[in-house]
Design a protein around this ligand. Structure first.
Ligand code: GLN
Length: 291
């Protein structure tokens, strides 16, 4: 950056070009989000103050964020925040960043449930609490439990629980899939809904993921050789914990629906699945009723 005066507008243009040269598609937006983060303002502020010069301190704070983005880290991971279902989640390099795709599952479950009823929800592989908290936020009488094998992910989930004012209604537990429930006992047939967005990328495909996704925790992405390892556990063990007539809903990867449906059918515990598509038209959620 040279010695000419750096106004907000000029810096945004420079950053957009820099990101575009690095092959970043959302180059303009990413620059705007990073700069508004540094300034502690909404994005609209940048346009209202387009010709405002930036201070040396602001420029010094902005530069490392631009470098991190250019190296492939996502904007969400850099600023430590991501919006999902109208709620703001804290995120870090220790969690899978909430994605709009996952809103498919949350919206589907919300469409089935009544906000004045007290449901008990279980979210397996909860990460930063994405599915669990967005359901609880819109179901104010309900309570829930989030399980995750990663202690670091649950630390992030705990900050979100506090921020979203869900401390009274959400429990978190370190657990390899349903492991903690099995050990604790007493949770048999106790949940109305079990949800999960487990790791589902086949191991060999990890190398083909975008730079941003590769910077997310592998433990949240790698679904084993076929990508289906965790569905096997989910469809077999969830029925132990779901009330009869309750639901199991899982997010799946592109093209996994038939195999996952077959796995569930083989258990004999479920109705036929309902398939729901994400905004790109990909089947993203499977949902069954426990018989
Ligand atoms: N949807 C994620 C991705 O492809 C993967 C999430 C997952 O494995 N659960 O970026």
């Amino acid at each position: 950056m040279n010695k000419e005066l750096w106004t907000i507008g000029r810096l945004l243009q420079w950053t957009e070009q820099y990101f575009r040269n690095k092959g970043i598609e959302s180059s303009r937006l990413d620059g705007e989000v990073l700069l508004s983060h540094i300034l502690g303002q909404e994005r609209i502020y940048l346009y209202v103050n387009y010709d405002k010069p930036l201070t040396k301190e602001e420029l010094d704070a902005f530069r490392p964020l631009v470098m991190k983005r250019a190296e492939g880290l996502s904007v969400a991971a850099i600023i430590g925040k991501k919006e999902f279902m109208g709620l703001m989640f804290n995120v870090s390099e220790d969690v899978l960043i909430p994605r709009p795709d996952t809103e498919t599952l949350v919206e589907d479950i919300l469409s089935l449930l009544d906000k004045d009823t007290e449901y008990r929800l279980l979210d397996v592989c909860t990460g930063p609490g994405t599915i669990l908290y967005s359901l609880l936020h819109y179901l104010p009488k309900s309570t829930g439990m989030g399980l995750d094998i990663s202690k670091k992910a649950l630390q992030v989930a705990a900050t979100n629980r506090q921020q979203l004012e869900l401390e009274e209604r959400a429990k978190l537990c370190v657990s390899d899939m349903f492991g903690a429930l099995r050990e604790l006992g007493g949770y048999e047939e106790s949940f109305d809904v079990v949800t999960s967005n487990p790791p589902y990328i086949p191991t060999a495909e990890i190398a083909t993921l975008s730079e941003e996704v590769k910077r997310e925790p592998m433990i949240a992405l790698d679904g084993g050789e076929t990508g289906l390892d965790f569905y096997d556990i989910l469809v077999k063990e969830a029925p132990l914990y779901i009330k009869s007539g309750g639901w199991l809903a899982v997010e799946i990867g592109c093209g996994q629906e038939n195999k996952v449906a077959d796995m569930a059918a083989a258990t004999g515990y479920y109705s036929d699945p309902v398939y729901n598509r994400d905004i790109a038209g990909i089947i993203r959620e499977l949902r069954w009723r426990r018989l």
